[in-house]
Design a protein. Structure first.
Length: 202
């Protein structure tokens, strides 16, 4: 599959944080389009062989920016590479280090994803509005908001990973459109509410 950097919805298990062929950030909560191989259309969640963690350097070489939000099965990675994958091609989410001397092997950043360049102000407004409206009935954890966007909201954009929505929630908090009503151990577990919704003042 692919991998994509630290995820706010990171889960345990074989596909925990980024154990899919890719790079940068992980989107454990994925919409249907995200889990299909970019090249062959295979569902990359159906085969354990497609759960692994490629080095960021290799993912950047193999996959153009506009495709990095997607997934690749192992066979298609090897086809693009022109050879079988070797042990040195794999990394570990647990050992990703921003101080790595090779800039191409550092964790994936927002600028690595070309899909974000395609978002229009109208799309961003629709995303923000959907999250605010979802919270208008009462406070919820950030993870619940992200899951709603990925699995239910018509405003969601296919291919956007979970961390993008988390970032937007952070911006809405900074703009006072949302408020944190209870802090969790990590940001993803904070409980947030619409600024003018129930319990926002608590």
């Amino acid at each position: 599959m692919r991998r994509d950097g630290p995820s706010m919805t990171e889960a345990g298990g074989a596909a925990g944080q980024n154990e899919r062929v890719s790079s940068g950030r992980s989107d454990t909560v994925m919409n249907r389009g995200n889990r299909l191989c970019l090249d062959c259309g295979k569902n990359t969640l159906e085969n354990n062989e497609d759960y692994y963690f490629l080095r960021n350097r290799l993912w950047r070489i193999l996959v153009p920016r506009e495709e990095r939000h997607g997934m690749l099965c192992r066979a298609c990675v090897e086809h693009r590479l022109g050879r079988p994958l070797a042990s040195q091609d794999f990394g570990s989410a647990a050992t990703e280090d921003e101080s790595d001397p090779d800039p191409e092997d550092q964790p994936m950043k927002r600028d690595d994803y070309g899909i974000i360049d395609l978002l229009t102000p109208e799309m961003l407004h629709a995303i923000d509005t959907a999250m605010i409206e979802f919270l208008s009935s009462g406070p919820r954890k950030i993870t619940a908001v992200v899951r709603y966007m990925l699995e239910e909201s018509s405003a969601a954009i296919a291919g956007l990973p979970d961390w993008f929505y988390m970032d937007r929630i952070g911006e809405l908090i900074e703009d006072c459109e949302l408020v944190v009503v209870a802090e969790g151990e990590e940001q993803r577990f904070h409980v947030v509410a619409a600024a003018d919704g129930p319990s926002a003042g608590r």
